[in-house]
Design a protein around this ligand. Structure first.
Ligand code: PLP
Length: 401
């Protein structure tokens, strides 16, 4: 296996992120294939016994077993690390496998985590239900309140865990402030960057320690496979995360890694066009819905901060139509946009978080998070935004809004 331009990372690491998304981490076999090869192999063979002994001893490079490393998955990991500006990356089978791995690999009974209140439903489940079962203390705070982060710190605080923008309220966290605060207290920040990806926001540039992904979303970008990834320093990935991952096995399949590699080639294009489309659709929705949560619009409480942290504000926003009946009527009237709880897809998708992605958490926790029964979350795709606007306009009309 050969890398694109030799193995010289001093050359490849100079490429800008959009170049990395197309070429970063490419290894070529002796056939010189243009597109990345798909290695559907769980095991590997060796010319002699000493070779395999050396690999297991860590004294020689090379594959041994696909739970430990697989060439196609390794290409994806290297590409994501290069795009993110991270020293290292490991891929997992889903975004939730990535979040679970990023937290449990470094936390023990007696440690304390501070987490954002506004978060993806399963991310909140990790904090509210899983961590406490293993004796890990958790505080959940309003992540848009800088003083709340500071006030939540205890002597045993080990991790800050948050999304920005958050799912589905689009809360924006002050990355620089929260990462600086964590660093000053020896706390590790774990940022779930699924709503932005490195094409729109690079948390490491603001001092984050670990960036974790659902690659199912914008990275695949075409709604095909589940995938996840965790990026950080070589020390964190190799010494803290890898022992956990290699022995518990939340691995990404080579096939899914290959699909995401293909998705990354168009990430920069898609993320930018979908951000533009979401702004256009957002301006229309703002004219019809009583309330909109869109970090790209001046009505968002942290609009200025979002523009400082993000190249563009992404394909996803939320809005409120006051009641569940009106929200369902609007969904049921759609002719182009699909009713779907996925995001990051090239298709425009609309969902009702209170009855889907955040159905399990209970009405009180939902209301505290700002998710009412009238809230809808949209992923704006790559269609002509005028068609999406026309569809929403007729759906608003038919829903009596
Ligand atoms: C979807 C999502 C996840 C979970 O990812 P899966 O790939 O579905 O497991 C985690 N965090 C955020 C912000 C998400 O949107």
């Amino acid at each position: 296996m050969k890398k694109t331009t030799g193995t010289d990372r001093s050359i490849t690491s100079k490429w800008r992120p959009a170049t990395q998304a197309v070429r970063g981490g490419t290894w070529r076999s002796e056939h010189g294939e243009t597109s990345e090869a798909l290695f559907l192999s769980s095991g590997y063979t060796y010319d002699d016994a000493q070779t395999v002994a050396d690999r297991f001893a860590g004294e020689a490079q090379g594959m041994t077993y696909s739970r430990l490393q697989n060439p196609t998955v390794a290409m994806l990991e290297e590409r994501i690390a290069l795009m993110e500006g991270a020293e290292a990356c490991r891929a997992q089978a889903s975004g939730m496998a990535a979040m679970t791995t990023a937290l449990l690999c470094q936390l023990s009974a007696g440690d304390h985590v501070v987490g954002a209140r506004a978060a993806f439903g399963s991310c909140r489940w990790l904090l509210d239900h899983l961590c406490p079962r293993f004796g890990i203390e958790v505080s959940v705070i309003d992540s848009t309140d800088n003083a709340a982060w500071e006030a939540a710190i205890r002597p045993n605080t080990k991790v800050f865990f948050f999304e920005t923008p958050a799912n589905p309220t689009l809360d924006v966290v002050d990355l620089k402030f929260v990462c600086d605060l964590a660093r000053a207290h020896g706390i590790t920040t774990v940022v779930d960057n699924a709503f932005a990806t490195s094409a729109l926001q690079r948390p490491l540039d603001f001092g984050a320690d670990v960036v974790a992904y659902s690659a199912t979303k914008l990275m695949d970008g075409q709604g095909r496979v589940l995938a996840g990834a965790v990026c950080g320093t070589e020390q964190f990935i190799n010494e803290v995360l890898l022992p956990f991952q290699r022995n518990t096995g939340p691995n990404l399949s080579p096939f899914n890694a290959w699909v995401v590699l293909k998705g990354l080639e168009t990430l920069d294009l898609r993320a930018r066009r979908q951000s533009e489309n979401a702004l256009e659709v957002g301006r229309f929705v703002e004219s019809r819905a009583p309330r909109i949560m869109h970090p790209g619009l001046p009505s968002h409480p942290r609009h200025e901060m979002a523009l400082k942290q993000m190249a563009m504000t992404g394909p996803i926003f939320a809005f409120d139509v006051e009641t569940r009946e009106k929200a369902f009527a609007l969904l049921d009237a759609l002719e182009l946009v699909d009713i779907s709880n996925n995001i990051g897809d090239a298709r425009s998708l609309l969902c009702h978080p209170a009855s889907t992605t955040h159905a399990n958490m209970g009405e009180d926790a939902r209301l505290e998070m700002g998710i009412g029964q009238g809230m809808l979350r949209i992923n704006v795709g790559l269609e002509d935004p005028l068609d999406v606007i026309e569809d929403l306009a007729q759906a608003f009309d038919r829903a009596g809004l």
